[in-house]
Design a protein. Structure first.
Length: 97
């Protein structure tokens, strides 16, 4: 196992996250985080020399549609569903802190 996460580091992360951990949890997370980092060490051993850099696994192109004008609902129809309106605007309760 390459990198070992000790309980002191787990305590530091817990303090940053503002969580309280028992001594059993600190030990458990220390072991689990060390195992995760060991797995990353194993991934570093895989040769990727012949694999081209990609931003996505699958070939993808943008699926955007063309911008085109379409008829919109009339303001009166939209405001007809509002509980309160003023002219062409929705009225909402004030929110003050």
């Amino acid at each position: 196992m390459g990198v070992k996460v000790d309980q002191k580091e787990v305590e530091h992360v817990a303090m940053l996250a503002r969580i309280e951990l028992s001594s059993e949890e600190k030990e458990l997370y220390s072991e689990q985080l060390s195992g995760i980092l060991a797995f990353f060490d194993r991934l570093q051993e895989v040769s990727t020399d012949e694999i081209p850099p990609t931003s996505h696994v699958l070939e993808m192109t943008n699926a955007f549609r063309e911008d085109e004008l379409r008829p919109s609902s009339k303001p009166q129809e939209i405001l007809g569903n509002a509980p309160d309106s003023l002219g062409q605007f929705f009225r909402v309760p004030k929110i003050l802190d």
